[in-house]
Design a protein around this ligand. Structure first.
Ligand code: IPE
Length: 260
């Protein structure tokens, strides 16, 4: 199973370099109690990766040598957040291990081109919980870019034939329109791929600094995995027990996306 914890669920997105330590600890406990194996955890950047990546235009590729230090800073910011997550998991007795995308992936114009999965697969076989994260990565066309955690989960789910993808964010799921501006907006509990594609352009855009594109981009990234038969459920990870329930396959408030 694959679990993505969005940066919005584990950091305070509006304040640079601010982890939500309480949320991280609670989520780690939920992961522990759910006791799902094999599991891969992927987390986002939130207030760690995004502001630095944006400052140095890392997602636009190499245009100026001054960006090189920005690439280092972006990756380093992500390792700080990742350390907090991995430390919390280990403190709960979970054998978590960080797998930096920057060391095993090369993209081509932003899309994963090569991914060395040997170590990751061996880790799963041995009962480790690999923890990946959205990262600054090298790119064969544009020299470097930002790889989102969403592209990572989708790609991993497809190549490892995952049972399910759980996406933990700071909203309950998808609506038929933006609930903040449209009174007719309805919450979507279940949606098929065809219905989703019809609705895609209407899904509301987040306003905070997000170099990897917010909810519409998230959906776009997940569609290939759903097309291949991996169901996706989007839940609010800031509400206690949602991640636990989703991991256990229990009923939970959220948006389930299925092929048909
Ligand atoms: C972004 O990852 C990582 C960096 C900016 C380095 P994501 O795109 O998966 O992060 P969130 O979940 O939107 O914060």
């Amino acid at each position: 199973m694959l679990l993505k914890l969005g940066g919005s669920a584990i950091t305070t997105k509006e304040k640079h370099f601010t982890p939500d330590v309480e949320a991280i600890m609670r989520l780690v406990e939920e992961i522990k109690h759910a006791d799902v194996s094999p599991l891969i955890l992927v987390h986002g950047g939130g207030s760690f990766g995004h502001p630095v990546a944006k400052q140095y235009l890392i997602n636009e590729g190499y245009t100026d040598s001054s960006q090189i230090i920005g690439f280092s800073k972006t990756h380093q910011a992500m390792t700080v957040l990742n350390n907090l997550v991995v430390d919390s998991l280990i403190n709960q007795g979970i054998p978590a291990i960080a797998v930096p995308a920057s060391s095993c992936i090369i993209t081509k114009s932003g899309r994963i081109e090569s991914f060395e999965k040997g170590p990751l697969i061996k880790m799963l076989e041995l009962g480790f919980l690999p923890v990946l994260y959205g990262d600054a990565v090298l790119d064969s066309d544009i020299d470097f870019t930002i790889l989102s955690g969403d592209q990572l989960v989708s790609s991993l789910a497809m190549s490892l034939n995952a049972e399910r993808i759980i996406i933990g964010v700071d909203v309950d799921g998808l609506y038929t329109a933006d609930p903040k501006t449209d009174l007719s907006a309805r919450f979507i509990q279940h949606i098929t791929l065809t219905e989703l594609k019809r609705l895609q352009h209407r899904v509301g855009e987040g306003k905070v600094t997000d170099v990897t594109g917010g909810m519409p981009r998230k959906i776009q990234e997940l569609i290939p995995a759903v097309e291949q038969g991996v169901p996706v459920i989007i839940v609010n990870a800031t509400k206690p027990n949602n991640i636990y329930k989703a991991l256990r396959g229990q009923e939970v408030v959220g948006t389930e996306i299925e092929r048909a």
